[in-house]
Design a protein around this ligand. Structure first.
Ligand SMILES: Nc1ncnc2c1ncn2[C@@H]1O[C@H](COP(=O)(O)OP(=O)(O)OP(=O)(O)O)[C@@H](O)[C@H]1O
Ligand SMILES: [Mg+2]
Length: 345
């Protein structure tokens, strides 16, 4: 009982100073206005003290109830007793605090979900990386082992096996480069040096590089819409990577017909398109091809080489140019990837 009373008073302690000041002002005011005798002043002080004590007691009690309600709610949150913010209910006088606690709860829930997603993504990434590394390493080991076990002296196969082993080591190298790129981009460490550059020589060089590769597969490679002195703003080295990925995809996923690099000049930008007459991309895959490691089932089942990192890298690079990569595609007809670059004046 005594403890409870003490507890209630202790919760109203913070108001004591104000109440004493107010009471003194009141007593002084009343005494002066009504010319009270000493006797009456004494009675007034006793009344005021009793009044203040009752006031402090009631106030303390109310605060004690409120504080214990807040404590209980926080404890419940700590013990994970609430599944949703709607389960948090407090008395009417604490409506404002209830709102704040709910907002905090929602925020924490979102942060935890985000962290869980990141953790999941990290695990998936590691899983994918080890899976993708295994393929070329096993192939490489296989060929080297066969050579060591005697094939080295068999002139009919030794060169072919060495070439294959070399090819897989190249794949491994390309894969590692892509992995380094994607992790650098995602951790914000990829350096990009932006400047204005002339688009014509830039695209012509890339065109020359891929022309032969396309022709080897019986495909035509065209470049249209380029004019002299067409300056665009971008990170040239990274845009080479973008074009390399888009063109090697176009060649890889096209069996007959042609591939076009089309350039369209707009008022403030230049639109660059890579169009092919290939297998196209199934509608259900269109939204996902820019995710890292995503490859359509068709490619997996045909065992066309690739890791599904190319377009993820392209997307990151284009977005770093404050632009977006767009795709339209029709199965059996072909695909078109496009992005805009800012044009100089
Ligand atoms: N021009 C295209 N025509 C048809 N399908 C395409 C084309 N470009 C991309 N795709 C589809 O999108 C998927 C993802 O492409 P992405 O370039 O990211 O990976 P990849 O080519 O499979 O492997 P890599 O990491 O070697 O580039 C491909 O597996 C393929 O299914
Ligand atoms: Mg690719």
């Amino acid at each position: 009982m005594w403890n409870k009373i003490k507890n209630n008073f202790s919760h109203s302690k913070i108001f004591i100073k104000e109440i004493i000041v107010l009471s003194i002002v009141f007593v002084l005011g009343v005494t002066l206005i009504f010319h009270f005798s000493l006797h009456k002043v004494f009675l007034l002080i006793i009344l005021i003290v009793i009044n203040d004590l009752i006031f402090l007691f009631v106030l303390g009690k109310k605060r004690a109830v409120e504080i214990s309600e807040i404590k209980r709610t926080i404890k419940n949150i700590r013990k994970n007793k609430y599944k949703s913010p709607h389960e948090i209910k407090m008395s009417k006088s604490l409506l404002d605090i209830e709102g704040n606690i709910k907002a905090m709860f929602r925020r924490t829930q979102r942060d935890i979900e985000q962290m869980e997603k990141l953790e999941q993504a990290r695990k998936e990434f590691l899983g994918n990386v080890s899976h993708e590394l295994r393929t070329p390493i096993f192939a490489l080991q296989g060929f080297l082992e066969t050579l060591l076990n005697g094939a080295l002296y068999d002139n009919k196969v030794n060169k072919q096996f060495l070439e294959k082993a070399f090819h897989h080591s190249e794949n491994l190298n390309a894969l590692l480069n892509d992995l380094i790129d994607i992790s650098m981009i995602e951790s914000g460490q990829m350096r990009m040096s932006f400047r204005y550059f002339d688009l014509k020589p830039f695209l012509n060089d890339i065109y020359k590089e891929f022309k032969e590769q396309a022709e080897k597969k019986g495909l035509k490679l065209e470049i249209n819409g380029l004019r002299d002195k067409m300056k665009v703003y971008g990170a040239k080295d990274r845009l080479i990577q973008v074009m390399n990925n888009l063109l090697s995809n176009a060649i890889k996923y096209t069996e007959k017909g042609k591939i076009e690099i089309n350039v369209e000049e707009k008022r403030k930008s230049v639109l660059i398109k890579v169009k092919d007459t290939g297998n196209g991309i199934p509608q259900e895959d269109l939204d996902r091809i820019f995710e890292r490691f995503y490859r359509s089932e068709r490619e997996r089942s045909k065992s066309i080489p690739g890791t599904g990192l190319g377009l993820a890298i392209v997307k990151h690079i284009i977005e770093a140019h404050n632009s977006t990569i767009e795709v339209t595609s029709k199965e059996e007809t072909g695909s078109e990837f496009s992005f805009k670059l800012k044009k100089a004046w």
